[in-house]
Write a protein that binds this ligand. Structure first.
Ligand code: ADP
Ligand code: AMP
Length: 215
């Protein structure tokens, strides 16, 4: 299955995409994770995008599309994928359609994780991330171990530079301007399913599973 998860920053896309991908047996492809890994490794792409990502703006479409195109060409993506954080602009969505069209494939579903802005702000403020393995925590709903230790690898979790309060606002504005137009774009194509992202992680996961495989 080829699935896109849409939603505000902090809606829970990463948390849910990882679970959904596991259930469906396809890779979880997250452009934000790919950029963070490139930044941590100091690759040319990482150095190029660091300032933009940390300011809460979007990486240019050309670079982002090239990165995704290369990833989706890998054999493990042949049976499908769960895309998280891509597409984020209409240009990226059109490029994805062209890319899939060349392989005679199409998206099965676009799932919009619906969460009110107030909830998203609380999720972003409490989010902590492991700089070593990428695991995500929340200080209230899914806390790390004593002293902020990652429960998976033991490294000390940190707050993402783009989760600081001033940058959060910028990211929400960027989403409203550049990403929200994807909602009518995919709705017009009959591919959009809205799923409430409120409630416990397990409840949301069950709703998403039903929406992903439902008729
Ligand atoms: P996104 O990938 O959409 O930016 P994340 O998956 O990183 O969002 O989730 C944002 C924050 O909210 C994280 O700290 C995560 O642990 C927390 N979170 C995710 N889903 C829920 C939920 N259903 N209830 C409470 N907190 C959640
Ligand atoms: P995320 O982890 O999805 O919140 O993404 C973190 C940051 O990476 C975003 O705020 C952008 O700066 C950048 N980014 C991730 N995906 C994209 C994309 N599809 N297009 C442009 N920038 C992106």
């Amino acid at each position: 299955m080829r699935i896109v998860l849409l939603g505000l920053p902090g809606a829970g896309k990463g948390t849910q995409a990882a679970r959904l991908a596991e259930v469906l047996g396809v890779p979880h492809v997250a452009t934000g994770d790919m950029f963070r890994e490139a930044m941590a490794a100091g690759t040319p792409v990482g150095l190029q995008v660091k300032a933009v990502v940390e300011a809460g703006a979007y990486v240019p479409d050309g670079l982002t599309i090239a990165l995704v195109e290369e990833r989706l060409r890998q054999p493990d993506c042949a049976p499908g994928f769960v895309l998280d954080g891509f597409p984020r602009t209409v240009g990226q969505a059109e490029a994805l359609d062209r890319l899939l069209g060349r392989a005679a494939a199409r998206l099965d579903r676009v799932l919009l994780l619906d969460v009110p802005e107030a909830v998203v702000l609380a999720r972003l403020t409490g989010r902590r991330t492991c700089p070593a393995c990428g695991a995500t925590y929340h200080m209230a709903s899914a806390p790390p171990g004593p002293g902020g230790a990652c429960l998976r690898c033991g490294a000390t979790v940190v707050q993402r530079a783009d989760d600081r309060e001033d940058v959060q606002r910028r990211r929400l504005e960027t989403y409203r301007t550049l990403t929200e137009p994807l909602v009518p774009f995919y709705a017009a194509a009959g591919r959009l399913v809205r799923v409430s992202g409120e409630g416990a992680v397990d409840e949301v996961a069950a709703r998403l599973r039903a929406a992903a495989v439902g008729a």
